[in-house]
Design a protein around this ligand. Structure first.
Ligand code: NAD
Length: 330
């Protein structure tokens, strides 16, 4: 099967290329993100392989169908960038990689918390500059703190297990509670209670109309002053303007972000170091000493890339052989 791989980076080519060796699939790698302007590159490819910033909207899907594409294979878990209704309408199946390494993302969330709370990036720069003073680096113990986990699927549950290891009390919110969380001793509560009682809040829910701006002025008015919030799920879960207000007034003590609502426009995944940041909200976030941002790298481990590549190949092969991919998004 001919597959057009969009938003391709050298590491995609390396891992997908290795996984495709010996398979009947021919992968054509394209650097640009999929959108209406470049969709013609997919002509005569039965499948396109896309990532989180590819725009798989109605217009793109109709053009893909006209060009002979029958499968959209996401090399990601989230599928909020695909118009599933139109895909169905034009006869294109959609599949994803539901789980590639929950550990990669959960561990990154923990890395953000520890780096923020112990101010590691600041300390690193100070020591390199010969400044060995400790003023301004005061942290807090994680042990004994209350951690609220919003979204207790694969990643949220692994995250909760790690935080239990630190000796934390666990609160959780999810419309579909799971047993593994209860075995960890987590208590499922409603969101207002989770916001009110947690010292650390971690977001691990998908972006849906229900979770859009789940952290907003109202929910931030409930939190303990100085709360730590980390988001490794999708940027749209946080109303950034409301978070900035809360940071300015100290209500929000620490904010760790691996994702940002406008990350695509800001140029996440690209080297923008020679450009002027046009997004004033993002630029404001960068001014806070208690905000730590990474550019959507939580998934980025060798294990995760290998699993993504292998599951993507399994999706393509199953689709070619049976007409249905292994992990269809229905
Ligand atoms: P998952 O499907 O296993 O778990 C998601 C959980 O969220 C489910 O238990 C679901 O019931 C719950 N949920 C749904 N609606 C909710 C709501 N309104 N409030 C609270 N919880 C709700 O997914 P996962 O593998 O754990 O991934 C979670 C999210 O992490 C993904 O949707 C994706 O957006 C994000 N992610 C980010 C990265 C990264 O690199 N930063 C990598 C992978 C996944």
């Amino acid at each position: 099967m001919r597959v057009a791989v969009f938003s391709s980076k050298p590491y995609d080519e390396r891992y997908l290329g290795a996984a495709a060796k010996g398979s009947p699939h021919q992968l054509d790698f394209f650097e640009p993100s999929l959108n209406c302007d470049v969709v013609m590159l997919a002509a005569d490819h039965e499948a396109v392989c896309v990532f989180v910033h590819d725009e798989v909207n109605g217009d793109v899907l109709r053009k893909l169908a006209d060009g002979g594409t029958r499968l959209v294979a996401l090399r990601a878990a989230g599928f909020n960038n695909v118009d599933l209704e139109v895909a169905k309408e034009v006869g294109i199946k959609v599949c994803r990689v539901p789980a590639y390494s929950p550990y990669a993302v959960a561990e990154h969330a923990v890395a953000l918390i520890l780096s923020l709370v112990r101010r590691t990036p600041r300390a690193y720069n100070r020591v390199r500059d010969g400044n060995f003073a400790l003023d301004g680096l005061l942290g807090y113990d994680i042990k004994g703190k209350c951690v609220g986990v919003v979204g207790t699927g694969r990643i949220g549950t692994v995250f909760a297990g790690i935080m239990k290891g630190f000796g934390c009390r666990l609160l959780a919110y999810d419309p579909f509670p799971n047993e593994a969380m209860q075995e960890l001793g987590a208590e499922y509560v409603e969101l207002p209670q989770l916001f009110a009682e947690s010292d650390i809040i971690a977001l691990h829910a998908p972006l849906t109309p229900e979770t859009h701006h789940l952290v907003n002025a109202e929910t931030l008015s409930l939190v303990k002053p100085g709360v730590t919030i980390v988001n490794t799920s999708r940027g749209g879960l946080i109303d950034t303007e409301a978070a900035i207000e809360a940071l300015k007034h100290g209500r929000l003590g620490y904010l760790g972000l691996d994702v940002y609502e406008e990350e695509h426009a800001v140029g996440f995944f690209e080297d923008q170091s020679a450009s002027i940041i046009q997004d004033d909200t993002f630029a404001r976030l960068l001014t806070f000493p208690n905000v730590l941002i990474t550019a959507h790298q939580a998934f980025f481990t060798a294990e995760a890339l290998q699993n993504i590549a292998e599951t993507t190949m399994a999706n393509l092969t199953a689709f070619e052989q049976t007409g249905t991919p292994l992990h269809e998004v229905a």
